[in-house]
Design a protein around this ligand. Structure first.
Ligand code: TYD
Length: 207
């Protein structure tokens, strides 16, 4: 049986990932593909418990503890959900994956990139998504969208400088891995974003 494809979605909080994820799931299902949608941190029982701790605004933790917990949740996610699904031939679409750790813990918090690389190597070896869609929006737009939600989590309540650094780190990843990570301008009207998204998915995974 052919292994399924692994697609990840990335972007700042407020970039509109959830809307695009739902669209992508329907698009793939319409092609007759079995799709598993999941998220990070989370996706498993233990992962969701770690997520609750990681997002709880009343938690204080060292930035490296945060990075370790993200990768601990990921280890579990790979073992229980991602790899078994791919081996069954299903496609996995994950709302965030390792690029988020480089952007948020590396860029945002300042955890050394080489330490994150060690964790990446430890947890996933050479395994990488087949395609990563990075939804890029200006900070102001992302912030406005997040602040319109009443309760913000431990990341969403960070200051603008933090998000500038996160975005810079994402843009750097796009430059570093141009084959795998595709940037989509998510500041455009929704319809335009969807057209761009469809074009990329079609070109990279169905040609
Ligand atoms: P997010 O996926 O945006 O969910 P929601 O749309 O429900 O807010 O929230 C997850 C948060 O976790 C987000 O702020 C980014 C952060 N995060 C990291 O800091 N590092 C990581 O490795 C991952 C996967 C997520």
């Amino acid at each position: 049986m052919q292994r399924g494809k692994f697609i990840t979605l990335e972007g700042l909080d407020g970039a509109g990932k959830s809307t695009h994820l739902t669209w992508l799931e329907n698009f793939l299902e319409d092609k007759g593909i079995d799709v598993v949608t999941t998220r990070e941190p989370g996706g498993t029982l233990l992962g969701e418990q770690l997520r609750a701790l990681l997002l709880d605004p009343s938690q204080y933790m060292h930035m490296e503890t945060e990075a370790l917990l993200m990768f601990a949740a990921r280890r579990e996610h790979l073992d229980k959900i991602i790899l078994p699904s791919l081996h069954r031939g299903e496609w996995v679409v994950s709302d965030r994956f390792t690029d988020a750790s480089f952007a948020y813990q590396g860029g945002g918090r300042g955890v050394a990139f080489d330490k994150l690389q060690i964790l990446e190597q430890w947890v996933q070896g050479i395994f990488q998504p087949d395609l990563t869609l990075y939804f890029d929006v200006p900070i102001e737009m992302a912030r406005q969208r997040v602040q319109s939600v009443k309760i913000t989590d431990r990341f969403e309540s960070e200051h603008d400088q933090f998000f500038h650094r996160v975005r810079e780190a994402y843009l750097q990843r796009v430059q570093q891995f141009p084959e795998r990570i595709r940037l989509i301008d998510a500041g455009q009207p929704l319809h335009e974003v969807t057209i761009a998204l469809e074009g990329i998915v079609q070109e990279t995974l169905f040609n």
